[in-house]
Design a binder for this molecule. Structure first.
Ligand SMILES: [Zn+2]
Length: 641
């Protein structure tokens, strides 16, 4: 009987505990580096992974949802201990050799896959390099981390360097909520922070002001425009690109795009380019039409600072409903019970709330059962509150291992019950909830008992969002809407006219959006293949993807942090890739009988149960009977070809 699944939400002496656990883990890794078979290498490392993972996970969860200065101080002390632990394991040459020995031993299919993936991980971190190559590799990694840090600092400082006091007349078009964001005492101060910028572009009727802030925003951290030139990122970008190329060559790869795809499902940078160019070709005519419609609506040719403004107005005219019209139909009890019924029909599992004391009264514990009995738990912490980090996410507390069942935390920041009304949810909040449950089910429904490959562990980067985005699609089914809606006063389901507007507005300007995301992704992959000037590459990409005039000050790459200081270098395409997989999987299930069908159950068996223990694409093909096609995404986005 597996029973160990209750996190300790009142951890004490966390620095001490983490120190002890990681010391122990390092001792075990030394023993493992002398091992010759699965039990003496991987199983030993897995033991540490399980206990350290549990401890870390609950600490980081509490730090995010019950923030306190005193706990945060302790928590921050544990971070370098953990990161040292993982870098020591990753740089351990004898452990790498042990995995090489293991490759030749007697292993089953899953074990073979795990060993192959681990070897690849070691190699990509440079462990296989010797002498001066190894030294140079380490030096490049250090230099890259300094540069990417400098890049984001420059973006931040350039962003913060500009503000302007405006009059209330300049803010004509704003609602109360937008005005409150820029009111400082008796004045109205605008700046280049994202929420302020977006409000201005979307609502300000003053066209000159929109133009001014657009020009300032798009030239941040560059050598032109009105923000200070001292934050120019151009040289840093060039240096980052050169160092990435050198690092890839040290590993015997021809460029950084090749390095990036090693840890992804796609097989080559060329496959990525073909995929993106195909999406561009198929979306182009719809995007052109959308832009013409918008220009006709505006009554004049559009500049970049007009796009959001007229789009918002056109959207309001076309789908005359407000977000708040939907809310009363989605009280929390209906949404959750509808979500649970949807999951039950999809995966033949039941979800029931159980009583358990947690760190806060808002937290609910959901037990998931299949015909074998309990298979795990989800802790849902759903309402926004003070001292809780914003946004929504899923994190795993522990996986399926020895006497442990999988446990996940799902965190959202939704409205709580107010003024005698139950909690009423926005439609996009419901989509988020389905998304996070998709991640949680990936973790919970696993049948893999090796922590390094169970649930979401070991899943390639461009596959992690498949189960979550797949779940989102069900929110737009009439059947599912009937399960999750029920007016909080009358009990009525969401009426058809509102439902139809939700569907139509979801795909508003989807052609233009598709082109924009493909432009970023194509530039990203191409700039990591070629050593040509990065802005020249962008110009070439834009010949195909850009329908709007581009102003001279446009230096948006100089603040593109995803690529130069985040983890998305040569990987930006993953967003679109995962969307294609999710839409293709959904289309296939729908056309094979839908929510109660064998195909839905096949998704569970081939994708969710297997996690990172087998080749992700092969498993996808097994589920789908073929490789993913992009038609599903085009259909889901309302793009007709
Ligand atoms: Zn996600």
């Amino acid at each position: 009987m597996k029973s160990n699944q209750t996190p300790n939400f009142n951890p004490k002496n966390i620095v001490n505990n983490i120190t002890k656990l990681t010391e122990n883990g390092l001792k075990k890794s030394l023993i493992a580096s002398n091992g010759n078979d699965w039990d003496s290498v991987v199983a030993l490392l897995d033991e540490s992974e399980h206990v350290i993972g549990r401890e870390m996970s609950v600490n980081s969860h509490l730090n995010a949802v019950m923030f306190s200065e005193s706990f945060n101080k302790e928590y921050e002390k544990t971070l370098p201990i953990i990161s040292n632990y993982y870098s020591e394991i990753g740089a351990n040459k004898s452990l790498y050799e042990a995995f090489k020995r293991l490759k030749k031993s007697n292993l089953n299919k899953q074990q073979k896959h795990i060993v192959k993936d681990s070897l690849k991980g070691f190699e990509l971190s440079g462990v296989g390099l010797e002498g001066e190559h190894s030294d140079r590799f380490k030096a490049i990694q250090e230099q890259l981390s300094v540069l990417s840090n400098q890049f984001s600092k420059n973006v931040l400082q350039a962003t913060n360097s500009w503000k302007k006091t405006v009059s209330i007349d300049d803010l004509k078009g704003y609602g109360e909520a937008e005005i409150s964001k820029v009111k400082v005492g008796d004045e109205y101060v605008i700046n280049l922070q994202i929420p302020v910028y977006i409000d201005l572009m979307t609502y300000a009727e003053n066209r000159e002001l929109r133009e001014e802030i657009y020009r300032a925003y798009i030239s941040r951290a560059s050598d032109i425009g009105i923000t200070p030139k001292e934050f120019d990122n151009r040289n840093i970008m060039n240096e980052i690109l050169e160092l990435r190329l050198e690092l890839s060559k040290l590993l015997g790869l021809s460029n950084y795009a090749e390095y990036s795809v090693q840890s992804k499902m796609v097989e080559s940078p060329e496959e990525v380019i073909r995929f993106l160019e195909n999406l561009v070709d198929l979306s182009l005519s719809q995007a052109k039409k959308e832009l013409i419609d918008l220009e006709v609506f505006a009554g004049h040719a559009l500049m970049p600072w007009d796009l959001m403004f007229y789009s918002e107005k056109l959207k309001q005219k076309m789908f005359d409903f407000k977000k708040s019209d939907l809310k009363p139909f989605f009280p929390e009890s209906c949404v959750l019970s509808g979500l649970f019924s949807t999951i039950q029909r999809l995966y033949s599992v039941t979800l029931n709330e159980i009583e358990q004391e947690c760190y806060h009264n808002d937290v609910r514990v959901i037990e998931i059962k299949d015909k074998r009995g309990s298979i795990g738990r989800i802790y849902i912490d759903i309402y926004a509150r003070e001292n809780k980090r914003g946004g929504a996410w899923m994190s795993d507390f522990q996986g399926l291992y020895n006497d442990s069942l999988p446990v996940a935390f799902v965190v959202c920041n939704l409205n709580s019950p107010k003024g005698g009304k139950p909690a009423l949810f926005d439609f996009d909040e419901i989509v988020t909830l389905f998304h996070e449950f998709g991640h949680a089910l990936h973790h919970l429904l696993t049948k893999v008992t090796f922590p390094c490959a169970a649930g979401i562990s070991g899943v390639p980067w461009d596959g992690v969002e498949l189960p979550s985005q797949y779940m989102e699609n069900f929110c737009y089914e009439r059947d599912v809407i009937d399960l999750i809606s029920g007016h909080w006063e009358t009990g009525k389901k969401l009426p058809d006219d509102l439902f139809n507007k939700v569907i139509a507005s979801k795909n508003f300007q989807s052609g233009l959006q598709m082109l924009r995301q493909c432009e970023f992704s194509l530039w990203d992959i191409r700039t990591h293949i070629s050593d040509q000037d990065t802005y020249k590459i962008l110009d070439t990409v834009r010949l195909k993807t850009s329908l709007m005039p581009i102003i001279d000050e446009n230096r948006f790459l100089n603040s593109f942090s995803h690529i130069f200081s985040g983890g998305y270098a040569a990987g930006y395409f993953s967003y679109k890739w995962a969307e294609v997989l999710a839409a293709d999987a959904y289309e296939y299930v729908k056309s094979s009988g839908g929510i109660d069908s064998k195909a839905a159950n096949d998704f569970r068996e081939c994708i969710l149960e297997v996690g990172g223990s087998l080749d992700f694409m092969q498993q996808y093909v097994k589920f789908r009977g073929g490789r993913p096609k992009i038609e599903g995404l085009l259909k889901a986005s309302g793009i007709t070809i």
